[in-house]
Design a binder for this molecule. Structure first.
Ligand code: SF4
Length: 240
């Protein structure tokens, strides 16, 4: 059963497994979840390096696995172009976007609300419309201060499992995987970005924290958009 994996010490796995063992573990996690949830297992693809690695792993488990992309009006042109290429290659990737009218500069005045409207809401919509029981993400526990206490299998909403199959991978191991399998990545990495998001809230940053370039100058700096922390099932979505 999937939940048994949470008995293991994540920190020990991060440092104790080598690259090949981590890849095998990730594939086994996706395979087990695919057996348990079938077509109700769906990959959330943010078009970042971690997501494209997970998408590649999922496709190795079964070409039939579906995915969704949440995009916003503020995505950089490079990300939009990369998204269009990915969707052309994988028509089973469905795109969700919230075009609701919002105040100008909401990302500056209230980034939490901006993310809630433009990222969390379309994620809820994807989960509802695609009838998702298990969503698969590219979240990693070594990415930054907000990501240290996640588990490989989580259940924050009733009836919705979250699988984080590369939770224990280092940043280097993600790049190692993408290089070994020659997986195409967002061209913004070539410009020096390490973590990708909307253009007003993403800067090129140096230093140990991989997500330090996100929401610089706001209380959300290095933080989260909310899809990993907010309720996602529509019936519980109003609750904080
Ligand atoms: S990342 Fe910035 S622009 Fe994008 S939804 Fe969040 S606050 Fe808005």
């Amino acid at each position: 059963m999937l939940n048994d994996v949470n008995e293991q010490d994540i920190t020990k796995l991060v440092e104790g497994l080598n690259f090949a063992e981590k890849v095998d573990r990730s594939l086994a996690l996706i395979e087990q979840a695919w057996k348990e949830h079938g077509e109700k297992l769906v990959v959330a693809n943010s078009l970042g390096k971690d997501s494209v690695a997970v998408w590649h792993l999922a496709k190795r488990v079964s070409p039939a696995i579906r995915g969704f992309i949440v995009t916003t009006r503020y995505k950089p042109a490079e990300t939009v172009e990369f998204m269009n290429e990915q969707v052309a290659q994988y028509p089973e990737l469905k795109v969700y976007k919230n075009d609701i009218a919002i105040p100008d500069g909401l990302y500056r005045t209230n980034p939490d609300q901006c993310c809630e409207l433009l990222k969390v809401e379309p994620t809820r919509q994807a989960i509802e419309e695609m009838d998702v029981e298990c969503w698969v993400t590219g979240l990693r526990c070594t990415e930054g201060r907000t990501r240290t206490d996640f588990r490989e299998v989580e259940q924050r909403d009733e009836g919705l499992i979250k699988l984080n199959p590369i939770l224990i991978w280092h940043e280097r191991e993600v790049w190692q995987y993408l290089a070994v399998y020659q997986v195409a990545v967002n061209p913004l990495y070539a410009k020096g970005y390490r973590s990708l998001g909307c253009w007003p809230c993403t800067k090129i940053a140096l230093g140990a924290d991989e997500r330090a370039g996100r929401w610089i100058g706001t209380s959300k700096c290095g933080g989260e958009c909310g899809i990993h922390t907010r309720p996602l099932k529509t019936k519980t979505a109003g609750a904080v």
